[in-house]
Design a binder for this molecule. Structure first.
Ligand SMILES: Cc1ncc(COP(=O)(O)O)c(C=O)c1O
Length: 380
C-alpha cells in the first residue's frame, strides 16, 4: 500500500477507476514500477554478449551517421534502400528466402499471429508463450488452444483431434528458448508432428538469436530445421543489442505480411539509424565465439537442483510468493547483485521466480557469489 502513496496525493475523483485497479495489484504485492540501473552487477538485462555494455555497435559504425527519422510507414515514405539491403543480408545469414523487419519483437509476433490464421483455422501454442504471441492469438479470427509446456503428447492429441469447425490451416507456435525458464522447445519432434499433421510451424527465436548455434544463428537453423518452419521470428533487442525484429519465411509470406499485417502497415518504419545498428550487429555477433564460450562456462555454475535445468543464459530460481521473491531480490541487491523478481501474474501463482540472465561480462567470482547466496536461501 505504501507504494501507492504518490497516487493518493494526486488522486483526482475522475481517476478513481485507475486507483482501484492499481490497488488490486498492490494488494497482490505485484505493483510494477520503473527502476534505474545502479552499479550492481547486471544479472537481469538481455545483453547476453555485452554488445551494448561494450559499445560494440557504436565502435563498428564509427563516424557514419544515419537519419533518426524514417518519415512514414514502409508503405508510404518509410521504405529505403538500407532497410531492404539489411533484410536481404538477414535472410542470407539465416538461410531464409525472405525477411521483413518490424519495429519490435512484440509487433512481429503480435502482427503475424493476428493476421496469419483465418476463420476456420486453428492456432496451437505453448502455454508458456510470450505475451506478444498470446496477444496476437487473441486478436486472430481463428480458434486457438494452448498445449502444456513442451508437451509433445498433448500437442499431438490436439493436432489429431481437430474439430471439424477448425479444419482449415493449422499453425503450431513455440519459442525456441523460453523467456522465463530458459529451457528449449523440442523443435525437431515438433517439426515432425507438424509434418505428420500438415501444420505450419512458427518459432520465436528471441532468446536464441546471437547465442544458439555456432554463429548465434538460432536453434532452428543450427538444428537443420529452417526448411520445415513456416516462419521464424528473430528479435534484435536481446543478444544483438539493438531494437526491432525480423520475420523470416517465404516470399509469399513476406508479401502477405506487407498486405495484411497491421503493426507493419500502420506504424512509422524503423529509422535508418536503427537499421544501421542492426546491420552492424549482424557483422559483430556471428564472430563472438569467445563470448558464447564464456557464457557456457557461467551456465555450468548453475548445476544445482534448485535451478531449473537450462543450458542457456536464462536461469531461474523459483521462490513461491511475490513477497518472498521480492525479498530475496532485495537482499541480493544489497550484496551488489541485481537480479529482478518475476511476479505473479506475469508467471503462474507459486511459480514466482528470480530470472537470472547471464552475460559474457559477468565474472566467475561474482556469479559464484550469486549461486552461493541463492543456495543459502534454500538451506534456511
Ligand atoms: C520470447 C519473446 N518474444 C518476443 C519478445 C518481444 O521482443 P521485443 O522486446 O523486441 O518487443 C520478447 C521480449 O520480451 C520475448 O521474450
Amino acid at each position: 500500500m505504501s507504494e501507492l502513496k504518490g497516487y493518493l496525493v494526486h488522486n483526482f475523483m475522475s481517476e478513481d477507476f485507475l486507483f482501484k485497479k492499481l490497488k488490486e495489484k498492490s494488494d497482490l504485492d505485484a505493483l510494477r514500477g520503473l527502476r534505474l540501473q545502479g552499479e550492481q552487477a547486471d544479472y537481469f538485462s538481455n545483453d547476453y554478449l555485452g554488445i551494448v555494455k561494450n559499445g560494440l555497435i557504436e565502435k563498428h559504425l564509427g563516424h557514419h551517421h544515419y537519419a533518426h527519422g524514417s518519415t512514414g510507414s514502409r508503405l508510404l515514405a518509410g521504405n529505403y534502400a538500407k532497410i531492404e539491403e539489411t533484410e536481404h543480408e538477414i535472410a542470407g545469414f539465416h538461410k531464409a528466402p525472405a525477411a521483413l523487419i518490424f519495429n519490435s519483437g512484440y509487433d512481429a509476433n503480435f502482427g503475424l499471429l493476428a493476421c496469419i490464421a483465418q476463420r476456420g483455422d486453428l492456432i496451437l501454442y505453448d502455454k508458456l508463450s510470450h505475451a506478444s504471441i498470446r496477444d496476437g492469438v487473441r486478436q486472430s479470427f481463428a480458434n486457438s488452444s494452448s498445449f502444456a509446456h513442451n508437451h509433445l503428447n498433448e500437442l499431438e492429441l490436439k493436432l489429431k483431434n481437430r474439430p471439424v469447425s477448425d479444419s482449415g490451416n493449422c499453425f503450431v507456435v513455440t519459442e525456441s528458448v523460453f523467456s522465463m525458464d530458459g529451457d528449449r522447445a523440442p523443435l525437431s519432434e515438433m517439426a515432425d508432428l507438424c509434418d505428420r499433421y500438415d501444420a505450419h510451424f512458427i518459432v520465436d527465436e528471441a532468446h536464441a538469436t546471437g547465442f544458439a548455434g555456432e554463429q548465434g544463428e538460432g536453434c532452428v537453423q543450427s538444428s537443420g530445421l529452417s526448411n520445415r518452419c513456416f516462419a521464424r521470428i528473430h528479435t534484435f533487442g536481446k543478444a544483438l543489442g539493438c531494437h526491432g525484429a525480423a520475420i523470416l519465411g517465404s516470399y509469399a509470406l513476406r508479401q502477405f505480411l506487407i498486405n495484411f499485417c497491421r503493426p507493419f502497415i500502420y506504424s512509422t518504419a524503423i529509422s535508418p539509424a536503427s537499421v544501421a545498428a542492426i546491420g552492424a550487429s549482424y557483422k559483430i555477433f556471428p564472430n563472438m565465439n569467445q563470448e558464447r564460450a564464456i557464457l557456457k562456462n557461467l551456465i555450468s555454475l548453475f548445476d544445482y537442483p534448485c535451478f531449473n535445468k537450462s543450458d542457456t543464459p536464462i536461469q531461474c530460481f523459483i521462490a513461491p510468493g511475490n513477497e518472498k521473491v521480492k525479498k530475496i531480490s532485495e537482499s541480493l541487491f544489497n550484496n551488489n547483485l541485481d537480479v529482478r523478481p518475476i511476479l505473479y501474474p506475469t508467471v503462474p501463482l507459486d511459480k514466482e521466480r528470480l530470472r537470472i540472465t547471464l552475460h559474457s561480462f559477468n565474472s566467475v567470482d561474482e556469479t559464484k557469489l550469486l549461486v552461493e547466496n541463492l543456495l543459502k536461501t534454500v538451506e534456511n
